[in-house]
Design a protein around this ligand. Structure first.
Ligand code: 5GP
Ligand code: ZN
Length: 128
């Protein structure tokens, strides 16, 4: 089995922020400048199998990282989300929250945001 890249990173202490149960580090293939992942320290693929305490630790770090990214990169907006399971697009089997800074004009029309996981259904405002 391939070693988990997120566990390796946590074991190496290669993180930008951490608390008792969670850690944050840059996404290795960022979709925007500052794209950050917040993960439980315990290896578990399923976000919903995490304890409430682990989920809370992730949310606390997400708030802290949002402030850091706002200061460092000056984004105008954020997308926040978790892919839970292969059919939802999860590709790394260690649960993680994506924190994605967004910038004016980074895509032509940002409306819908995460609705674009199902492209055919994303647009509901046709005619507006
Ligand atoms: P998923 O598709 O599972 O929601 O997201 C996995 C994320 O992990 C992707 O955004 C991808 O760029 C990132 N990623 C994949 N491998 C590595 C890695 O080895 N190191 C880091 N820092 N990020 C990775
Ligand atoms: Zn892991």
């Amino acid at each position: 089995m391939k070693p988990c890249p997120f566990c390796a990173r946590i074991a190496a202490g290669d993180v930008v922020a951490e608390n008792d149960l969670a850690a944050a580090f840059p996404d290795g293939f960022p979709v925007s400048p500052g794209h950050t992942l917040i993960v439980p320290k315990r290896h578990e693929a399923d976000f919903f199998a995490l304890s409430v305490e682990e989920q809370e630790a992730i949310h606390v770090l997400t708030r802290i990282e949002k402030e850091r990214l706002a200061g460092e990169y000056g984004p105008s907006a954020f997308n926040v989300g978790v892919n839970v399971g292969a059919d939802a697009g999860q590709t790394v089997g260690h649960a993680h929250m994506h924190l994605i800074p967004r910038y004016p004009g980074d895509v032509e029309d940002p409306r819908g945001g995460i609705r674009w996981i199902i492209p055919d259904k994303a647009v509901y405002w046709q005619g507006d």
